[in-house]
Design a protein around this ligand. Structure first.
Ligand code: AMP
Ligand code: MG
Length: 484
């Protein structure tokens, strides 16, 4: 039986300014390290009859599936606020796979060698960072947060030189596309109006087909992308996710999380948490994410102006209205999300006040963001500080009073809370331990056991033993890297 690849490549129909043809660099000793059978099933791909050697060849790029037309994509972007020409420096889109239900997926290699956009980079990736992306993308999927998926990790047998020598690897990444805000910025800066219009039409038909016939399609696209990013950041903040590198080139038009190399999860509640080693000024800290999303959307809006209205003033005003609406809409959505985390059926003035007071208590005490909501739902599991903290206990009593006004009281609230509050998240110390053992020693036992835990983040029933504890002081010195 065949694997079931079904490539239908449309990005290449855009002008060749948008991409370069590239071949993946051959691997010396290809070895399949991870294969994601859940994602394979979603794509209707069946690898069960393929020999290990064949799989290793496929996922390192030594043997490309029929129908692929590998390209690297051109794009620009604002990195930490500054415009730069970029492009896929270490990624190659093999093609677009159509699943039987007509869903279109980019199949992309990351770490498969130099491309015309590599600048001084080697185009390669370390096993450590590709395992990290695999683990986090699976965690995001099971947390029900839109994100690119990881189909496989394969080792190349070629060492990669960073501060130390690492095993080299290729990640096979799956996303509904890799069209970025930065793709529009690139077109706006360097290409003709006609080519920009083609990119707009292509993007609409690929992601927002309902808009293709509308006269106000550019403004509507801005509204849709704005909504998608609003709910994406809300979802990140629901679980304590910090993307880490919210440059405009890492913002997908589809509203999926992509390029989250230095991402990490916040444990103790501190809005200023930022782990990325290159984010010196904490531009992309936990609580800055909504403001940055709005800033990024304003950059994207700027690329659409000629298609919003021929009159530049009118175009600017219309776009500005969408961007300005982001802040109040986000605020409203954030309270709704927090209301769900606290089991409220609706969020009125009393609930809003209760949310605000919890946030300031968590900030003051640096209480664990994940465990706090578990304890609120189930006081029987109330460990340590939660037992003795008077402020928390008073807050909890008032919360119970509010909950008991709702239909089904505490029982109903607990049910709602279990859907919004994960029991397990990728804790930094566990992620590091699992990745270091896998990458340095080839020992995957911790990696696989962590991956299994992350596949069931939500549980109606759990005990104190399921609550994860972070070793004291671990996060204070914790740094993440861009994943090169
Ligand atoms: P990122 O922050 O991972 O999204 O990467 C930012 C830019 O640097 C993109 O244009 C990447 O393609 C490029 N880049 C990252 N790592 C490498 C590498 N090892 N070789 C070449 N280019 C790279
Ligand atoms: Mg990137």
């Amino acid at each position: 039986m065949s694997i079931g690849w079904n490539f239908d490549n449309t990005y290449q129909k855009l002008s060749s300014d948008f991409y370069s043809r590239v071949e993946p660099m051959p691997a010396e000793k290809p070895k399949l390290t991870l294969l994601n059978t859940r994602l394979a099933e979603e794509l209707a791909l069946d690898f069960s009859n393929a020999e290990p050697a064949e799989l290793a060849s496929i996922f390192t790029g030594n043997r490309l599936p029929e129908g692929t037309q590998p390209i690297s994509q051109a794009y620009a972007g604002h990195q930490f606020g500054h415009f730069t020409m970029l492009g896929d420096g270490r990624a190659i889109v093999l093609g677009e796979h159509l699943s039987p239900d007509d869903k279109r997926f980019d199949i992309q290699f990351k770490g498969s060698g130099r491309t015309p956009y590599s600048r001084s980079g080697d185009g390669r990736a370390t096993l450590y960072s590709m395992l990290r992306e695999y683990l986090i993308s699976e965690a995001l999927f099971h947390l029900r947060i839109p994100a690119s998926g990881s189909l496989a990790v394969a080792e190349t047998g070629i060492p990669v030189y960073r501060e130390t020598v690492h095993p080299g690897a290729v990640l096979t990444r799956v996303a509904s596309s890799h069209i970025r805000f930065g793709t529009f910025e690139y077109a706006a800066r360097f290409l003709s109006l006609e080519k920009r219009r083609k990119l707009l039409s292509y993007t609409l038909s690929r992601h927002y087909p309902d808009l293709t016939e509308r006269d106000d399609q550019a403004l509507e696209l801005l509204k849709c992308v704005s909504e998608k990013h609003l709910s994406l950041v809300i979802e990140w903040m629901r679980v304590g996710f910090i993307h880490g590198v919210m440059n405009t080139d890492n913002m997908s038009i589809s509203g999926e999380s992509i390029d989250f190399g230095p991402c990490a999860f916040m444990n103790g509640f501190n809005p200023a948490t930022a782990f990325s080693s290159v984010d010196m000024n904490k531009r992309y800290a936990f609580s800055n994410q909504p403001g940055i999303a709005q800033w990024n959307l304003a950059v994207f809006a700027g690329t659409l102006l000629p298609f919003i209205d021929d009159d530049e003033e009118k175009a600017r005003k219309a776009a500005q209205d969408v961007i300005s609406a982001f802040e109040p809409r986000f605020r409203e959505a954030w309270y709704r999300m927090m209301g769900k985390k606290l089991g409220f059926q609706h969020v009125g003035p009393s609930e809003t006040e209760q949310i605000d007071r919890l946030i300031s208590w968590m900030e003051k005490t640096k209480s664990d963001y994940t465990n706090t909501f578990l304890v609120i739902a189930n006081r029987d599991q109330k460990p340590g500080r939660f037992k003795t903290d008077n402020e928390f206990n008073t807050w909890h009593k008032e919360w119970l009073e509010l909950i008991n006004r709702d239909h089904n009281g505490l029982e109903g609230a607990r049910k709602r809370m279990a859907d919004s509050n994960p029991v397990t998240i990728p804790r930094n110390h566990l992620v590091e331990e699992a990745l270091t053992e896998a990458s340095n020693d080839g020992n995957f036992s911790k990696f696989h056991s962590l991956l299994e835990t992350l596949k069931k983040p939500y549980r109606q029933v759990w005990t104190a033993e399921d609550m994860q504890q972070v070793p004291a002081g671990f996060d204070e010195g914790y740094k993440t890297y861009c994943g090169t």
